[in-house]
Design a protein around this ligand. Sequence first.
Ligand SMILES: NC(=O)c1ccc[n+]([C@@H]2O[C@H](COP(=O)([O-])OP(=O)(O)OC[C@H]3O[C@@H](n4cnc5c(N)ncnc54)[C@H](O)[C@@H]3O)[C@@H](O)[C@H]2O)c1
Ligand SMILES: O=C(O)C1=N[C@H](C(=O)O)CCC1
Length: 265
Amino acid sequence: MSIRVAIAGPRGKMGAEAVHTVMKHDKMELVAVLDYKEVGKTLADLEMFPASYTAPIFTDMHELVEATAPDVLVDLTNPHAVYNHTKEALNLNVRPVIGTTGFTDAQLDELSAMAKEKELGCIIAPNFAIGAILMMKFAKEAAKYLPDVEIIEMHHDQKLDAPSGTAVKTAQLIQEVRTSKIQGHPEEKETIEGARGAEFDGMRIHSVRLPGLVAHQQVLFGGDGQLLTIRHDSLNRNSFMSGVAFCVEEVMKMDQLVYGLENII
Ligand SMILES: NC(=O)c1ccc[n+]([C@@H]2O[C@H](COP(=O)([O-])OP(=O)(O)OC[C@H]3O[C@@H](n4cnc5c(N)ncnc54)[C@H](O)[C@@H]3O)[C@@H](O)[C@H]2O)c1
Ligand SMILES: O=C(O)C1=N[C@H](C(=O)O)CCC1
């Protein structure tokens, strides 16, 4: 039986790729999409999609679920919309696969409790690219031996949240193995505010935003007379799509929330 999939944010850079991925997948059916405004009756009304894409467009999640009964909601929208979408989906017994970044810790805790209570699978994946997951895993391993670390994430200039979800997740994974320490000179002083980047448990995170970039991250470890750099580059959004398809299949087997693909690959 096909997995019935709905996608929120179908006109976006990631959402449009996800639409194509689900349409091509032999074990999935795209039953509906969620937009925030009236843009047409079905995807076929949008110039960006072919006439054969007949999934209906909804602007209300309750109506979408009532009319099309999806198993999974893939959300690729923005940090303002995603929390409510995830909550609504769980309330309506639809399993969320969330690629949108920008959750607070409190929101993650609340959603995790909701998924547990409902015994529903939910995946929140700051990064769907396998190379990025490996970068994070390798960075966690390296931090055991080289605890002085700074993260430089680089994204396109349309990105709304900073630091990136991947950078935050990387710092959290490192925090699990690194004895907390403040890095740099104890008396260091910023002469221009923000020069040393964001502070996370004594580590620094730097966010670069430039046209031309897609999604890139370097994790730099400094030691005595040596520097280790672990770097990942997503060169296009297709790099995320096998991860999206993997999550749609995986979430159907789960009964709780998982934050980060490193927990399930
Ligand atoms: N997890 C990953 O691997 C991964 C990879 C790339 C991007 N992202 C994240 O995915 C999100 C989307 O990225 P993007 O580059 O496609 O952005 P985008 O701006 O191109 O697309 C976002 C889309 O969401 C739509 N939207 C906004 N509010 C909405 C709402 N309330 N309901 C329905 N649709 C709504 C917008 O119309 C837009 O089409 C961002 O949070 C980004 O950080 C995650
Ligand atoms: O393009 C974006 O925006 C991306 N966001 C994710 C993040 O915040 O980590 C992952 C990569 C692309």
